[in-house]
Design a protein around this ligand. Structure first.
Ligand SMILES: Cc1ncc(COP(=O)(O)O)c(C=O)c1O
Length: 384
């Protein structure tokens, strides 16, 4: 590419939230106007409406909306009274919130390795992490599998192990709401599923937001109490320690509009992923979706040789193409988490992936000419 052509190359967004905003147009403005007209900013009618729609979308009995994906995770652990002496198994190759909520409550996150092909928790390492927790005198109470980059974890294998150990599963579907395992949408695997509506997520709002999906009536009732300071019969009847964990009515109103186009967006993401896979499969290790699973492609992440990754990122940057590294350091190597135990034998896959992964622009509005530009640049960087 000549210098002139390079300077003319329009920068490509990593995630094009503005394109979605243009598509939704006045429907968002009208949804916001409805809220500013009725003025029920806290737990207004849109919150209940959204919860009903989310539950219907994934076939869960209950959806309890909340202020973030992190709150969704912490509230479930609070409801289950997780605390000091308890171990909660988490993959190391994930966003910090997965383990942060465990540590926040004084419990111990015990890290497990992930599977090389799916980037999700490896059931064998999960078993080793349980053994490690027991050896340390901790009580393994739960596992938080993460459906990383939009792909569900191996929920069948995890359910068997968790059941044998009398542990509950809190699925961290912050990146994967809308994905399926054996035609069953995430939201009904394990005791509860936490998701995030952070703007960059496949289903994102215009700020922070989250939700918990569960079939458990008792848990749902506890979560409703926990998200408003542990209220009992009324707001000023405090029966347990809780948090300010509500989803704003405004965000619920926005999400209701976005949910209408979400299935169409998932299809568009899958089409883009397939085009990437077909075009890049012979220059990098591309993500393959195992049989019986669907992904919502929160990220499109390839693997390259560690010594080539920085050059690839630089070559793409020079052409106005952003990339991201999710995640440059697994959690068991992070300052805040390195004191916590991990499965015997170490976590070699998490360590390796942190050196090799690189994510390309991915969203539902990635048109073919733009994607072709990215593909050409990636192939060009590999001399293909
Ligand atoms: C795997 C995972 N878990 C939890 C979270 C936390 O969600 P939030 O940012 O809404 O608190 C995120 C968000 O980035 C995430 O990617």
């Amino acid at each position: 590419m000549t210098d002139q052509a390079r300077s003319e190359a329009k920068p490509i967004p990593f995630i094009d939230v503005a394109a979605q905003r243009r598509r939704l147009g006045s429907s968002i403005d009208e949804a916001i106007a409805r809220v500013t007209t009725h003025c029920q900013f806290i737990l207004g009618p849109e919150v209940r409406e959204l919860e009903a729609e989310l539950a219907k979308f994934c076939g869960a009995r209950h959806a309890v909306s909340c202020a973030s994906g992190t709150d969704a995770l912490v509230m479930v652990l609070m409801a289950k009274q997780i605390g000091p002496g308890d171990a909660v198994i988490c993959p190391s190759f994930t966003f910090c919130a997965t383990a942060e909520v465990v540590a926040l409550l004084g419990a111990t996150p015990v890290f497990a390795d992930v599977d090389e092909a799916t980037f999700n928790i490896d059931p064998k390492s999960f078993e080793r992490a349980i053994a490690k927790a027991k050896r340390l005198g901790l009580k393994p109470k739960a596992v938080i599998p993460v459906d990383l980059f939009g792909l569900p974890a191996d929920h069948d294998a995890l359910a068997d192990i968790a059941a044998a150990e009398d542990m509950f599963i809190l699925d961290d579907a912050a990146q994967a709401f809308g994905a399926t395992h054996k035609a069953r949408p995430l939201g009904t695997f394990g005791l509860a599923t936490a998701t995030s509506f952070f703007p960059a997520k496949p289903l994102g709002c215009y700020g922070d937001g989250g939700a918990i999906l569960t079939d458990d009536d008792e848990l749902a009732a506890l979560l409703v109490s926990l998200r408003v300071h542990g209220h009992g019969k009324s707001q000023y009847d405090n029966v347990r320690i809780g948090i300010t964990g509500r989803l704003d009515t405004m965000q619920a109103a926005i999400l209701l509009e976005k949910l209408k186009i979400f299935p169409d967006e998932i299809a568009a993401r899958n089409k883009a992923a397939e085009r990437y896979n077909n075009a890049l499969g012979n220059v990098a290790t591309v993500p393959r979706i195992p049989d019986g699973y669907t992904s919502v492609w929160a990220q499109y992440t390839i693997r390259v040789e560690p010594e080539r990754r920085a050059d690839l990122a630089a070559a793409l940057k020079a052409e106005g193409i952003p990339t991201a590294i999710y995640y440059p350091k697994p959690l068991h190597r992070q300052d805040a988490y390195e004191r916590f135990p991990y499965a015997e034998g170490g976590l070699p896959v998490s360590d390796r992936l942190a050196q090799e992964v690189i994510s390309l622009p991915m969203h539902a509005y990635l048109d073919e000419p733009t994607q072709d530009r990215i593909i050409k640049a990636v192939r060009g960087a590999f001399g293909a």
